[in-house]
Structure formats: C-alpha cells, structure tokens
Design a protein around this ligand. Structure first.
Ligand code: NAI
Length: 348
C-alpha cells in the first residue's frame, strides 16, 4: 500500500524519519498540521515491537495534538515525535542531542517538549541543539517546567465539570474516584482529589507509587485488572491508551470517565458505546491539555504561572460546552469534540 493510502497517515503535512549512526538515534517526527501555527507536541521515548508500531503511534498522537491545541485555543498546530528506545533501553545524552539537531533542521515548524519517558533534564540536553523546545526549568514564577502538574490541574477541572454536568453541583466531597496509574499526572491529580474530599482507589504497575498514594492520601489499592471496573463514581485513566473498548466498556460501573491518558478510546466507535451505556466521557485531548498550555505559554514567553492557571481552568468550561452539545444532539462527546476541533482548524 502507498504511504499516502495508509489510514494512519491521516493527512499529515510532513513526517521526518531521523537516523544518526554516530549516536544510534532512530526517531520519527510527525507534523500533522501547521495551519494554526507551528506544530507542537511532546517527544516520547519508548521501546516499540517494530518500526511500523512506532510510526502508527506517532501519527495518531500528532493528529491528536492538532485537535488538542485547537481546542485549547492555542495558536499552534499539531506534531509529535518518538525516539525508538535502543536494545539497552538507555536514553543517553548523545541520543537527545542528536534528536535536538533534527528538531533544529525544521526551523521551528515543530516544537518539542516532554512526553512519556522524558523529563525536564532531557529537555535541557535537547536545548543545547535547538531553541524549539519547551518544558525547561522555569524561573521566578514564569510559565515553564515539568508540564505534568498543569495537566493534572486541567484534569481536575474537567472532573469537576463532568460532576457538575451530571449532578448539578461540582462538589467532589464523598465521591469515589478510581485512578489508573499514579505517575506524574495521576499522583498530582490524586492529591487534588483528596484535598477536595474524594475517596480514592488507585492501581499502578509500580508498587512504590501505590504505597505512596495509600500512605499520603489514604487511598485504597486495587489490582491492575480491576481498577477500571471499581464500583466508583468516576474512573480516571492516567496510564495507558486504548483502555476503553468493546470488552471493557460493558464492565464499567462508574458513570464518568475523565482522565489524562492519551487515546483512551481503542476506536472511535467506543465513544458511541460509552454514550449508549449512559457514561459521561471527557474527551482525552480536551481534558489533558493543561500541559500543552504550559508548554505553549513558556515557548511564547512573557507569561506567568498565573496566566497558565487561568487558561487551564478554562478546560472545565470547554468540557461543559461539549457535554451540553452532546446531550442536545444526542451524539457522543468524542464526536462533538472532533467536530469542534476540525472546525477550528478549518477556520469555520
Ligand atoms: P508517567 O509515566 O509518569 O505515569 C504513568 C504511570 O502509569 C506510571 O506510574 C506507570 O507505572 C503506570 N502504569 C503503566 N502501565 C500501567 C498499567 N497497566 N496499569 C496501571 N498503571 C500503569 O506518565 P504521566 O506523565 O503521568 O502521563 C500519564 C498519561 O497521561 C500518559 O498516557 C500520557 O501520555 C498522558 N498525558 C500526560 C501529560 C503530561 O503532562 N505528563 C500531558 C497529556 C497527556
């Protein structure tokens, strides 16, 4: 099949395959759209079964970034990068520097930042080769730094919006929330939820993170297999994508799904399945935009953390609009969000 006929291609503007025999770098940078501005999206460091899996992942993620950035009201297009983990799984400085050099060849058409497997120190190495990078340490109250606390802040605002829509009151006091994955975003989210009086159940493949959530926040631990199906009011997927599918959806007991993970729906039809089951789903790329808002304002410069917080709080209102439109049109929330994002990109 021609590459242009590949469904995963999804009308990408440009895809750059990066290979550097000296550092051993193998990476892919996908630019889905620059219509609204330079393509922005994080770089993921991951071990893929093969190159095709890496390409499919980066293409799906970069299209999602176009939608996410448009819905966050940012003057940014969508892009994403993956660095394919070498056999020894080590993310070395030479790999990062080499990646930075490839980013620089795009002259600002792509702006990189953290994603899974990447932290602030990695961005600092990339920044030795290109200025088209964000997620660098912030100074004196300016926007910047690790985006994941801001992602958690946005997810928290989104959960409150979902609760308000469903119950007429945004209070989380006494509500039960199951958090799948208490990593950077999940743990910060759990802290917000605990402070708001929610009861928590958590699961993570990393036992130390679970122990921390139980000790610090009074959470209960669930097994990896059961967490999604906890008898809770809300499930917040904050680990992996594609957790909502034809097999898992009928087993859900919660009536709100609102979490940080990218690509939570295995297929678009799963949005319809959730809708038919009466489950309110907060579209992932709308609710998890807090981090990219932080990245965007850092990159643009001249913004404070308070500016970021104001923009992140607006995520709740945007989701509220999607929920209302979904009820009115009797169409799933993911369909409503996709249509809104496409209209914004098309300038409608
Ligand atoms: P992270 O790597 O810090 O946390 C993920 C956590 O999930 C880890 O603690 C990991 O042990 C756990 N985990 C992995 N597999 C699991 C499984 N099968 N069951 C339960 N737990 C499992 O990543 P981070 O930054 O917290 O991101 C979480 C999700 O949110 C990812 O899907 C990411 O793409 C998405 N996201 C993150 C943003 C950010 O600002 N960090 C922004 C937007 C989306």
């Amino acid at each position: 099949m021609s590459v242009f006929d590949n469904a995963a291609w999804a009308q990408h503007e440009r895809v750059l395959h990066c290979s550097d025999p000296v550092s051993g770098l193998r990476a892919i940078i996908a630019i889905h759209s620059t219509v609204l501005g330079p393509a922005a999206g994080g770089c993921r460091f991951w071990h893929y079964d093969d190159d095709t899996a890496a390409l499919t992942d980066v293409l799906r993620l970069s299209q999602g970034m176009s939608y996410k950035n448009a819905m966050a009201g940012l003057s940014l297009g969508g892009g994403k990068a993956v660095i394919l983990a070498p056999e020894d799984r080590q993310l070395t400085d030479p790999l990062l520097a080499s990646f930075g050099q490839f980013v620089e060849t795009l002259h600002g058409d792509y702006i990189t930042a953290e994603d899974v497997g990447m932290r602030v120190p990695a961005m600092q190495v990339i920044a030795t080769r290109t200025r088209h990078v964000a997620g660098l340490p912030s100074t004196g109250g300016s926007a910047g730094g690790d985006p994941s606390p801001k992602t958690a802040e946005g997810v928290f605002a989104g959960i409150r919006a979902a609760v308000r829509h469903q119950r007429g009151d945004a209070s989380l006091e006494g509500l039960h929330v199951a958090v799948q994955g208490v990593g950077n975003v999940g743990m910060n989210l759990a802290r917000f939820l605990a402070k708001a009086g929610a009861r928590l159940t958590v699961a993570d493949i990393n036992g130390a993170r679970v122990a921390q959530a139980c000790e610090e926040l009074g959470a209960e631990a669930a097994s990896l297999e059961d967490i999604l199906f906890t008898d809770a009011d809300i499930v917040a997927p904050c680990a992996l994508g594609a957790v909502l599918d034809a097999e898992s959806i009928p087993r859900l007991k919660a009536t709100i799904i609102a979490g940080a993970a990218n690509n939570q729906l295995a297929t678009d039809e799963d949005g319809q399945r959730l809708f038919d089951a009466g489950i309110l789903y907060a579209p992932d790329y709308v609710i998890n935009a807090g981090g990219i808002v932080n990245v965007a304002l850092e990159y643009e410069g001249g913004f404070t953390e308070a500016d970021v917080d104001a923009r992140v709080a607006a995520i709740g209102d945007r989701l509220g609009d999607i929920f209302v439109q979904s009820d009115r049109e009797q169409r799933p929330t993911n369909v409503i969000a996709d249509a809104m994002a496409r209209a914004l990109i098309a300038g409608d």
